[in-house]
Ligand binder design. Structure first.
Ligand code: NAD
Length: 350
């Protein structure tokens, strides 16, 4: 047994109602005038939180959008300097966290993130941003949020079409962590626990969207998945989702939710130990089949055809996926990727 384990330093507060501790946690970080970031859709929640923290809310910025465009970051930086904000408070999903990270990358301001989806971005030093239509990714310790408050009372408002795919996005982080090149026993343990928690909670959430116990369990699984994503390298799944999402402007969580059974199946023979752990976590006969069954409950879209892709789009995606070589347990070939995309196009069981 030989491995390297690198922990990312962050403080995590978890529990129903824990948003009541935002004020004291800002104080702990020395933040006196935060820029309070949200999407337009979640501005009411952000305003409610701002009222609760009184003077520590320096300025509201309800303008976060998907893929962190640099124009939005530049406009948010003007808001930061207008009140000399000394920290970021992000309330929302991966898009909101992304804007907070983009500000922190440029200013080194401390961040307190309050996630309201299962995306997991809050636990990673990774920032994806878009400039002139091109999405690039960087990794920097400046980007990792200092404090994260997970309050499962804030995820209950997600409708099923957001909650299910968001949960599968987290599952995808954990699945790839199990066969990562730089995997290690601690992160693999977290990955398996994450898949177990999400596998149990997501079907309950889909039937009973307000179920508090299921939200707590799913958010716990999402936290673990975020740690996995921030700790070890990802492989074919994240690469192909990045390609499909970026090239055809598809929703981030939806494409992850649709593709994860197929990418797992691509690695079925090459990563038997990972597959066995996934199967055990999902109480399924086989890893990819267990994931596929879960997507049948949680994913919004069941095929690339239903998402509007064409055969020509699959050819293009397979070409792009071959452009930069990257680690994957099974060698990545154009023919293999194209076959995998075809199965996902048809939505057949992998
Ligand atoms: P999102 O943040 O775009 O949110 C999707 C929609 O759901 C938005 O309209 C938002 O307002 C709404 N929403 C969020 N929480 C809600 C709630 N509790 N109730 C009702 N509505 C709610 O989606 P996401 O999937 O969380 O994040 C996707 C983005 O995050 C992508 O840009 C992706 O690249 C990024 N991401 C980055 C990392 C990383 O490590 N850098 C990891 C995962 C995702």
């Amino acid at each position: 047994m030989e491995f390297v384990y690198n922990a990312n330093p962050s403080r995590v507060i978890f529990g129903a109602g824990s948003r009541a501790r935002i004020g004291e946690e800002l104080e702990r970080l020395g933040i006196e005038r935060a820029i309070v970031i949200s999407t337009p859709d979640q501005s009411a929640l952000a305003a409610q939180i701002a009222r609760a923290i009184g003077g520590r809310a320096g300025i509201m910025y309800p303008g976060a959008v998907q893929h962190t465009p640099v124009e939005v970051t530049e406009s948010a930086l003007l808001a930061v300097s207008s009140v000399r904000a000394d920290g970021c408070l992000a309330v929302g999903g991966g898009s909101t966290t992304g804007l907070s990270k983009a500000i922190a990358y440029r200013t080194d301001l401390p961040q307190l993130v309050v996630p309201t989806t299962f995306a997991g971005s809050e636990m990673t030093p990774i920032l994806g941003q878009t400039e002139a239509g091109r999405k690039t990714t960087l990794s920097s310790p400046k980007v990792l949020p200092e404090t994260v408050i997970y309050d499962p009372e804030l995820t209950v408002t997600m409708p099923g079409f957001i909650a299910g795919p968001s949960g599968m996005n987290a599952v995808a982080h954990a699945v790839e962590a199990l066969y990562a090149k730089d995997r290690n026993p601690i992160v693999s343990m977290m990955a398996e626990a994450s898949i177990r928690a999400l596998g149990k909670a997501l079907p309950v959430l889909m039937d009973d969207p307000g179920n508090p116990a299921a939200h707590a369990e799913a958010l716990y699984g999402a936290w673990l998945a975020g740690v996995c994503l921030g700790s070890v390298g990802m492989a074919i799944h994240h690469k192909i989702c990045h390609t499909l999402g970026g090239t055809f402007n598809l929703n981030h969580a939806d494409i992850h939710a649709l593709m994860i059974p197929y990418t797992a199946a691509y690695n079925r023979e090459a990563a038997p130990e990972a597959m066995a752990r996934i199967a055990s976590a999902l109480e399924a006969e086989d890893g990819p089949t267990g994931i596929y069954q879960l997507t049948q409950r949680a994913a919004t879209w069941r095929s690339l055809a239903a998402m509007g892709l064409t055969q020509a789009a699959l050819d293009k995606a397979a070409d792009i996926a071959m452009e930069n070589p990257y680690y994957n347990p099974r060698p990545v070939t154009r023919e293999g990727v194209r076959e995998m995309l075809q199965a996902a196009f048809e939505g057949r069981a992998p």
